[in-house]
Each structure stands twice: as C-alpha cells, then as structure tokens.
Design a protein around this ligand. Structure first.
Ligand code: THG
Length: 267
C-alpha cells in the first residue's frame, strides 16, 4: 500500500498551532515530518487550507521545509491551482497533486500542472452538481474522471481515484457506500490507484482512531491501494500490513515476516 502521511495539515489543532508560530517550532515541525517517514510513510500530504489569505506562500514554505528535512515526495493538498503551481516549482521528485475533480474550474486549473510535472493526481469523484449521494454517482464520476484524464494523456498508473469518505456521524450508510464504490471501481479499473482520506470517516465521534483502524481494513479488503492516514498510529499500520497479507497483496507473507524480523510488529 502507498502510505500518504496526513499530519502536516493545519486543520489539525496541534499542527495549526505549531505552524502559526513556525519560527519558534522548527524542531517540532521537523520531528513531525521525520516521525511519519520513520513510521513508513511513502508520501507526505501538505495542507495549509485553513490559512486562506496566505495559503500560497505558506504551502511553498511547508513544501520546501519538508523536503529539506526528508527525502520523500509530497502530496500537494489544495484546491487552488495557484498554490499547487508555486509548491510544484520548489518540489523535488515525483509529486502527487491532491487534487483534481470533475468541477470544471478545478479540472481546467489543475490538468495543465499534472501534465507539465508528469505528476500523480488524486481525482475526487465529485462534479459541479456536488458531493455524490449514491454509490452509483461515485462510480459514474470515477469513470468520467478516468476517461477524461486518459483523453488528456494521463495514464491509469498516475491516477488516484478518491471515492470521497464522508463521516458516519452524518449518515451511518456512508462507510458502506464508500466500500462498495471502491469494490466497483476496482473491478472496472484494475490498474488505477484508489485512494481515501480514511480519517474523515470518524469525524464528529469520540475515540476516532478506533473507527479509523477498523475502516481501513474494510477499504483495503475492497481494493483501496493508497491511504491518506496517520502513519504514527501503530495499530493502523499493523492493520494495513495484516490486511495486505490476508488479501493476497503480500506474496509468501514476505513483508509480514520481514516486519516481524525487524521488530516492527510490536511485542
Ligand atoms: N481526500 C483527499 N485529500 C484529503 C482528504 C480526503 N485531505 C485532507 C483529509 N481528507 C485527509 N487528511 C486528514 C488529516 C487529519 C485528519 C483527518 C484527515 C484529522 N486529524 C485530527 C485527528 O488526528 O484526530 C483531527 C483533530 C485535530 O487534531 O484537530 O481528523 O478525503 N484527496
């Protein structure tokens, strides 16, 4: 599974406070970056969306600082093509642009960047009509996205379809609908990536982590291969590895055995 670390996001109180006084918190921010990579993140998501008036310069700062600290690429998380463009200018390696959608303005603003930087792109199953309300809508939007991106020269291996995880505190059918959408999208497109912001599912509930830890198992079993998650949660990571072994994604259980030998499965 491709792990995108979610913790560099100013919608999280802890990071927002660090970021507001970043000159006094460089060591703490560095530690937050490094700990995610040490825990197994392959990409780090960078999101300063709450900083509306300074988003462009703040995203550039965070992208630069992160890549001076660790040697992995970023998931550049913004709906704003200008912010994405400036962050891409300072980015090293193969970025993921998070995200494009079927919203006309967003699609047109982002697609030229995807092509110019040969980036991976997270594609939200969303159009100008709004959030998809049914499994059928999610899958229909996924199909439209793949067709349109292919037509614009983007290969399936660079597309990360995001069926959009909504909180079960709003409607307890939401988790199952996402899982069903993942299943159907996986059947339709065996070689496209499917990515979810798993932690969204528990928004508004206490003890969110327990819900996230269970949900990620369901998503992987349905065919998700990329997750925007908290890699510093050991149970989440263990659940990912265990589910990969259980779903034939870990030939000969070699990864599981290697993690055991390296002492990464705990006591
Ligand atoms: N799809 C895509 N991108 C995304 C999302 C998605 N980016 C943002 C988000 N959803 C994924 N990232 C997060 C980051 C943090 C939390 C949830 C999703 C989160 N964090 C705190 C926590 O750990 O409990 C909340 C409390 C706090 O610290 O303030 O909930 O779906 N493409």
């Amino acid at each position: 599974m491709l792990i995108i670390g979610e913790r560099l996001n100013t919608s999280r109180k802890q990071f927002r406070e660090m970021f507001e006084n970043r000159d006094q918190n460089l060591d703490a921010i560095r530690a937050l970056i490094k700990s995610q990579v040490d825990a197994g993140a392959n990409y780090l998501d960078v999101n300063v969306g709450t900083r509306v008036t300074t988003e462009v310069e703040d995203l550039v700062w965070l992208a630069k600082f992160t890549q001076e600290t660790v040697n992995i690429p970023l998931s550049i998380d913004t709906p704003n093509p200008k912010a994405a463009e400036e962050a891409l200018k300072v980015h090293k390696g193969r970025p993921i642009i998070n995200s494009i959608s079927l919203e006309e303005k967003r699609y047109n603003g982002m697609i030229s960047l995807v092509k110019q930087y040969k980036a991976g792109v997270i594609a939200l199953c969303l159009d100008d009509v709004g959030m998809p309300e049914t499994v059928e809508d999610k899958v229909k939007n996924a199909k439209r996205l793949v067709e349109r991106l292919n037509k614009d020269g983007v290969n399936n291996e660079d597309i990360y379809l995001d069926p959009l995880v909504q909180p079960i505190s709003t409607d307890t059918k939401f988790a199952l609908q996402t899982v069903e959408a993942i299943k159907q999208i996986r059947e339709m497109f065996p070689d496209v990536h499917i990515s979810c912001g798993v932690s969204n599912v528990s928004y508004g509930l206490p003890k969110r982590l327990f819900i996230n830890q269970a949900f990620i198992v369901m998503c992987i079993a349905a065919g998700m291969d990329t997750g925007i998650i908290d890699p510093n949660d050991e149970v989440t990571m263990r659940n990912i590895w265990a589910t990969e072994a259980l779903t034939d994604k870990d030939p000969f259980c070699a990864q599981w055995l290697e993690l055991f030998r390296a002492g990464k499965l705990g006591a």
